[in-house]
Design a protein around this ligand. Structure first.
Ligand SMILES: [Zn+2]
Length: 172
């Protein structure tokens, strides 16, 4: 069995990996992650990840996922490209069916294996999507492009054309 992170593993495969305390390490091009790519400014680059099979705990298969990626986002203050680095590790509990056990071991993020098949790349893509900033912005205002000056400060961004504001603003 190859140590790939973008193949489908059956439940018996997962058992075998758990028994061997296997470590899968791989690099996945971002362009192969369609859901994530749709949220990015550009889908160049890749995510490096490793998945360590730790132990069985009741119906749970405990895994440690580490991943690192550089994502191209768009700053919502100046609309210029924004480089976002992610580097995270998370302890996961794979569950073969959500009917088996309702509680999850402490500090473990549950992930239900749907249809008896598990693809680590799908899990990693989910993690990357969840970790995206809600409103991506350059950390410092001085990094922003010229549009930011016209838009004004983001902490004071009233929606434009608010219907209740009927008072005509003196133009120029
Ligand atoms: Zn910016």
């Amino acid at each position: 069995m190859s140590g790939s992170l973008h193949t489908w593993y059956s439940l018996p495969d997962l058992d075998m990996l758990a028994e061997r305390a296997a470590v899968l390490e791989d690099e996945i091009p971002l362009k192969q992650m369609a859901r994530l790519s749709g949220l990015l400014r550009a889908n160049s680059g890749s995510v490096r990840a490793s998945l360590r099979f730790r132990q069985r705990l009741g119906g749970w298969l405990i895994l440690r996922l580490e991943y690192e990626a550089t994502l191209q986002l768009t700053c919502q203050r100046c609309l210029e490209p924004l480089v976002h680095h992610v580097n995270a590790n998370v302890e996961l509990g794979l569950l073969e069916s959500d009917a088996v056990q309702s509680y999850s071991p402490e500090g473990v993020e549950p992930f239900v294996v749907e249809g008896g098949r598990f693809n680590p790349a799908v899990l990693i893509e989910d993690e990357l999507i969840v970790a995206l900033p809600l409103v991506p912005r350059h950390e410092r205002r001085s990094e922003c492009g010229p549009i930011a000056d016209r838009v004004g400060d983001a902490s004071n961004n009233e929606p434009e054309g608010d219907a209740r504001q009927s008072a005509p603003s003196t133009s120029h």
